[in-house]
Design a protein around this ligand. Structure first.
Ligand code: C2E
Ligand code: CA
Ligand code: CA
Ligand code: CA
Length: 278
């Protein structure tokens, strides 16, 4: 029994070491990618459901690694968060996203708004509000052109540093969106205390809308909360017409998903915006 226990411990340690090695590998490769221009942004359209008008795009980070191929954000963002690299990464994304929006405007391409994901960590270590203000000024953008997507984790943080930045962003007129709304915590009181402008109905609620009465009830509740508080509710992960129809019925105004457009490079988005008429 003692021997089996030792083997088990050895096996466990080896598995842990492998996981750690992989994390360190990814971190090093990601650091290299960031400083050598190997990261890109893709942009996913956000549409008003009533008339399919484009209301903005969400910037999503894309990484193609020579050895690994395309690495999905769900694999490298957690590594970046643990290693602290996320601050530099998110700062780069914000900068690139603002530059891209300004470039589109310069070409008379009317992308009405840009949404950027910001990890909670960044609000603890950097001054996101000051960075956003500087970027908007540098690129000649208006505050209402920009929305920052943050998770509920940040909203429930008692630390004053993030809270002050959210206040400042709100005073400037930058949008604050609660990403993955409803998946993390049950407390809603922060919606009263913090200057939120948008709720994103998580795609886990949208997926089974057509078949699952509970998901319909939850989606309806989220949309109701949003409306009652004067917030925009954006449904994520809309893949089918059935889902879209139900969301419309439930009073949801804006949606994102493969039904309308996948995340795409800057040029592809312009092509998507100018369909050939026939
Ligand atoms: P998220 O912010 O919730 O982004 C939505 C995710 O849903 C994206 O995954 C998007 O590609 C995917 N998606 C969009 N439409 C559909 C659909 O119709 N069906 C399905 N099944 N999925 C859809 P992606 O691009 O893989 O990003 C995953 C997560 O990584 C994001 O979730 C976000 O939390 C994080 N992330 C991405 N870019 C950044 C970034 O620049 N900074 C930070 N901090 N996080 C990022
Ligand atoms: Ca997001
Ligand atoms: Ca989300
Ligand atoms: Ca997510």
């Amino acid at each position: 029994a003692k021997r089996a226990g030792r083997d088990c411990a050895r096996f466990f340690l080896r598995a842990m070491n492998q996981a750690l090695d992989e994390r360190l590998d990814i971190e090093a490769a990601l650091r290299h990618a960031l400083s050598n221009g190997l990261l890109q942004l893709h942009f996913q359209p956000k549409l008003r459901l009533s008339d399919r008008q484009l209301v903005g795009v969400e910037a999503l980070l894309r990484w193609h690694d020579a050895q690994r191929g395309w690495v999905p954000p769900d694999r490298f963002i957690p590594v970046a968060e643990e290693s602290g690299l996320i601050n530099a990464l998110d700062a780069w994304v914000l900068d690139q996203a603002c530059a891209q929006l300004a470039a589109w405007r310069a070409q008379a391409v009317n992308v009405p708004g840009m949404s950027v994901n910001v990890s909670p960590q960044r609000f603890h270590q950097d001054d996101v509000a000051a960075h956003a203000r500087a970027l908007l000024a540098r690129h000649g953008l208006a505050a209402r052109d920009l929305t920052l997507e943050v998770t509920e984790r940040l909203m429930l943080d008692d630390n004053s540093r993030p809270r002050e930045q959210l206040q400042q962003l709100n005073e400037m007129g930058v949008g604050v969106s609660v990403d993955d709304f409803g998946t993390g915590y049950s407390s809603l009181s922060y919606l009263k205390r913090l200057p939120v402008t948008e709720l994103k109905l998580d795609k886990s609620f949208v997926r089974d809308l057509a078949h699952d009465a509970d998901d319909r009830a939850l989606s309806s509740a989220v949309i109701g909360i949003g409306k009652a508080l004067g917030l925009t509710v954006v449904a994520e992960g809309v893949e089918t017409e059935g889902q879209r129809d139900i969301l419309l019925q439930l009073g949801c105004e804006v949606a994102q998903g493969w039904l309308f457009g996948k995340p795409m490079g800057a040029e592809a988005l312009v092509a998507w915006m100018t369909p050939t008429r026939r």
